[in-house]
Design a protein. Structure first.
Lengths: 737, 160
């Protein structure tokens, strides 16, 4: 520990602390631009100059380490003059356009100028102004406002394991941007907006919408993945305009899904009334009639003929409500595992993102982690930046494949087999790994890496890894496609998997369905089965925000609340609880899942208790002695295709998130560089994909890291029912030019 | 990724190999390799930058950042003769502005432009280190000092 005095105040700090950190601890304000608590110090902006006794010149506080006995002064005329000078230089070419700048009110340049700057400018010459640049759908860059603190560039380098984002040219002409002015939609683009201390990078969703100081902030939770990042939503007149990371989040950064995803709350097409089917239309007949209709219909079925299908992002309260409702009426069937047939167990013995970032060796298996748990992928990249050795064995992970130190890319159908063979210690040539590759992986396993298993892996693989990790004392995180796993598992809201449930619907043994907020056509890999099942379902209640493919089959539509419209608790992958407050008043008839169930239950004469007294998340372990199921590929053709929903479409209530969808405007087909060459294809070409019957039009993206013979095709597009022609995520296909 | 050698001539490739072999950290050769490629191509476009990036295993953005930082790399096509007139303090005092205006008039182009026949490009630069003999300019790699409009006229004539 070192003891130093700043402006006469004594403070004790770690030996490797900087003067700026010490000052923050002592409660003394030293202005800064380029310093950021989560970035490495850079000493670029010189805003933090202070006087240190014994040093002839002023010194930047953010990069100067403390020494025991150091005496620092921030209140001398020299420091004052230096601050005024720095600000005057920063403002030389600044357009002073605060009146219409979106950052105004939360701008460090404004605040610091107000506090430490001169009141007037001595600059009389003409200012040089630069044009506005739009880098993709999310961010806009105003070069004239940029103070070149490089926070944004350092973020992309330190956390995103290098991207195209950089500084070009120099001095007054310095320009921040992407190579070749490419669009940037890189999963974590929103952090550039948040980290920029001035109005140089701002969000296009928020552009010119509302002034910062008119917003009130409401604490909420992002429900897009199992991290349940804690976010603050900027509210004005009962409407949300902004999202912002807050310190309760598991990590210092969030992803675009959370940042731009609140848009669905305000969407003009959102349904806010309970609807009943009349002939071929859902119409508003009044709440009473809807409730009567539902209760009467339910009375016709035996409990075993009723089932629930649950969304991801389920809150503890909703899960408890569903459980009590089911118990009230003896209903047994519910399923939350919608995106895949079986994926138990899940869970981890890692406690925080920080633990991931500190790991020296990480073995990442299967996919698609960056799509389903974005911030975990970002943290893995952070670890790479800190020198960790990250090995990835997968067939597809858009974000991580380009960033890890060692990539073992295999065919999608080999993924489970390869992982299984690695952990059971038996090499097998059918896994797509050469013996040499297998040995390298095995050697890496000997370093006791942290294991991160992606949501694509099936049950036997999951069980084997948990088993191995526990026996050998490894850290592991086993991820799940649905973020509801903790609560749904704890309340027993699962049966034998979505496929068998839909089979029962198809066969008529389940007649009445409650589908809560999921569009089955989009999320269930076996699209054929969904069509058959919904076609033969007798009675269906759909709860959600928007009308969609699944809602088309509903007899009743009940509007739900979302995000800060209800109070709720969530359990994240580390087993921790986060809370979302209710900050928006109900506008029409929208309610939470549990409130609807309570209304229905009471109408049927049974009280529904909604209070959650105690919640202890349960975690499953399954014996690790099963063999992975063989993957039977349907279709025919020379290519093996993996069908996945792309990042910018993979979220709840996709229909209402237009901004995010702009980053994924049309279905893309990723092709390996070898196949692209032999077929004469290049980026942006269109091909049609023949999946044995119908064919679908795709835009080509050549992806260098893919293995030969493998295609990765987007699904999840409106009016593009490719998965309705599939019965699995993987299929054999043909390409036609 | 594989480097496509045929992007440059054999001669240039030999120079690049030599340069890259000189340093323990390959990256140290970046500035010189940028020069060598520019010498052959005349300027560094996105393709050239990308090619060099692959060679050094760096992100193209990084290489572009370096190339755009230094004014001696041309990111756009330039004429056969690149005229760089110094307009820094010593040259300004001794009449650089007049020289610039003279050349603009003589060639019928503005600073930053190239003559339609692709022969001359005119730009202004910071101190060329010839303050003692200001005003100064550079045409390609040659220095011309103590300039007057008459002297410039003669120089331009000789380059036709
Ligand atoms: S864009 Fe913002 S964060 Fe990036 S260098 Fe400029 S001012 Fe700093
Ligand atoms: S990482 Fe997950 S919880 Fe966090 S913002 Fe992204 S989608 Fe939401
Ligand atoms: S904050 Fe210290 S130099 Fe920028
Ligand atoms: S100022 Fe022109 S050469 Fe130095």
């Amino acid at each position: 520990m070192a003891r130093i005095t700043i402006d006469g105040i004594a403070v004790e700090v770690r030996d490797d602390a900087t003067i700026l950190e010490a000052a923050r601890k002592a409660g003394i304000d030293i202005p800064y631009f380029c310093y950021h608590p989560y970035l490495k110090p850079a000493g670029l902006c010189r805003m933090c100059l202070v006087e240190v006794e014994g040093m002839p010149k002023l010194t930047p506080a953010c990069v100067t380490q403390v020494r025991d006995g150091m005496v620092v002064r921030t209140d001398t005329p020299r420091v004052k003059k230096a601050r005024e000078g720095i600000i005057e230089f920063q403002l030389l070419h600044h357009p002073l356009d605060c009146p219409y700048c979106d950052q105004a009110g939360e701008c460090m340049l404004q605040d610091i100028t107000y506090r430490y700057g001169r009141a007037t400018s001595r600059f009389v010459d003409e200012k040089e102004l630069f044009p506005t640049k739009f880098y993709g759908p999310f961010i806009v860059y105003e070069q004239s406002r940029c103070i070149l603190c490089k926070r944004c560039v350092r973020f992309t380098h330190e956390y995103m394991a290098g991207t195209d984002w950089n500084v070009y040219f120099r001095a007054a002409h310095s320009l921040i941007g992407t190579y070749e002015n490419k669009e940037i939609a890189d999963y974590f683009t929103c952090n550039l907006v948040e980290i920029c201390p001035v109005g140089a990078i701002t969000s296009r969703l928020y552009r010119y919408k509302v002034r910062y100081w008119t917003l009130e902030w409401a604490r909420g939770v992002c429900r897009e993945c199992g991290l349940f990042c804690s976010l603050d939503y900027g509210i004005r007149e009962n409407k949300a305009y902004r999202a912002k990371h807050n310190v309760n989040s598991p990590g210092p950064w969030i992803c675009d899904k959370g940042y731009f995803g609140f848009e669905c709350m305000n969407h003009p097409e959102r349904i806010k009334f309970a609807l009943e089917r009349r002939e071929n239309k859902l119409v508003n007949v009044g709440l009473e009639k809807v409730l009567n209709g539902i209760t009467q219909a339910l009375g016709r079925y035996k409990p075993e003929e009723v089932a629930f299908i649950l969304p991801s992002g389920l809150s503890v309260e909703d899960a408890a409500g569903i459980r009590n409702f089911m118990d009230n009426f003896g209903i047994k069937k519910a399923e939350y595992r919608v995106g895949m047939e079986d994926y138990l167990p899940f869970g981890s013995n890692v406690d925080s993102l920080e633990e991931i970032s500190e790991a020296r060796n990480i073995l990442v298996l299967s996919g698609d982690i960056s799509n389903s748990y974005p911030v975990i992928a970002l943290t893995i990249c952070e670890a790479i930046g800190k020198g960790a050795n990250v090995v990835l064995l997968t067939s597809w992970d858009y974000y991580l494949m380009k960033r890890v130190n060692n990539l073992f890319c295999i065919k999608p159908s080999c993924e489970d087999g390869a992982i299984y063979s690695l952990f059971s210690g038996k090499w097998d040539e059918f896994t797509g790994l050469s013996r040499e590759e297998y040995e390298r992986l095995e050697a890496f396993l000997q370093t006791k890496p942290m294991i991160v298993l992606g949501p694509r892996a099936q049950e036997a693989v999951r069980a084997l890894i948990v088993d191995y990790a526990i026996k050998n004392g490894l850290k592991y995180i086993i991820l799940d496609r649905s973020s509801s796993s903790y609560v749904a598992y704890t309340y027993g809201l699962f049966c034998k998997g979505i496929d068998s449930l839909l089979e029962e619907v198809k066969a008529g043994s389940v007649k009445a369905l409650f589908v809560l907020g999921v569009d089955l056509f989009r999320e269930v890999p076996n699209g054929k089965l969904v069509r058959d099942a919904l076609g033969s379902v007798d009675f269906m209640v759909y709860m959600g925000l928007f009308f969609n493919g699944t809602a088309r089959y509903a007899d009743y539509f009940l509007p739900l609340t979302e995000l800060v419209e209800e109070e709720a608790h969530f359990v994240n992958v580390f087993g921790k609880l986060t809370k979302s407050k209710k900050s928006l008043a109900r506008e029409y008839e929208e309610r939470s899942i549990r409130e609807w169930l309570k209304l229905i239950s009471e109408k049927m004469g049974k009280k529904l208790d909604l209070e959650v007294r105690e919640f202890k998340p349960k975690f499953v372990l399954v014996e690790g002695n099963k063999k992975p199921k063989d993957i039977v590929l349907s279709g025919s053709g020379d290519f093996e295709a993996l069908f996945e929903i792309p990042f910018y479409r993979n979220f709840r209530y996709m229909e209402g998130k237009s901004k995010l969808l702009e980053a994924s405007p049309e279905p893309v087909l990723n092709v390996s560089i070898y196949d692209a060459r032999s077929l004469g294809l290049s980026n942006g070409d269109y091909v049609s994909l023949d999946i044995g019957g119908p064919s679908f039009k795709y835009k080509i993206r050549v992806f260098d890291e893919l293995v030969k013979g493998v295609l990765v095709a987007d699904t999840g597009f409106e009016g593009f029912p490719v998965n309705e022609a599939l019965n699995n995520r993987i299929a054999k296909v043909k390409i036609k030019k | 990724m594989v480097v496509d050698r045929s992007f440059v001539s054999e001669e240039t490739w030999a120079k690049i190999e030599d340069l890259m072999g000189r340093y323990p950290d390959k990256r140290s050769a970046l500035l010189q390799v940028l020069h060598v490629v520019q010498d052959e191509k005349g300027y560094l476009n996105y393709d050239a930058i990308k090619w060099i990036a692959t060679l050094f295993r760096l992100p193209p953005a990084e290489v572009y950042s370096v190339a755009s930082f230094y004014t001696m790399y041309n990111l756009k096509p330039v004429g056969k003769y690149l005229i760089q007139v110094c307009t820094n303090i010593s040259c300004s005092i001794t009449g650089a502005d007049e020289i610039v205006r003279f050349i603009e008039k003589k060639l019928g182009i503005k600073v930053g432009e190239t003559t339609p026949d692709g022969k001359f490009t005119l730009i202004t630069v910071e101190c060329l280190g010839s303050c003692g003999k200001a005003p100064a300019m550079m045409i390609n790699k040659d220095y011309y000092e103590e300039l007057t409009p008459e002297k410039v006229e003669r120089i331009l004539e000789s380059l036709k």
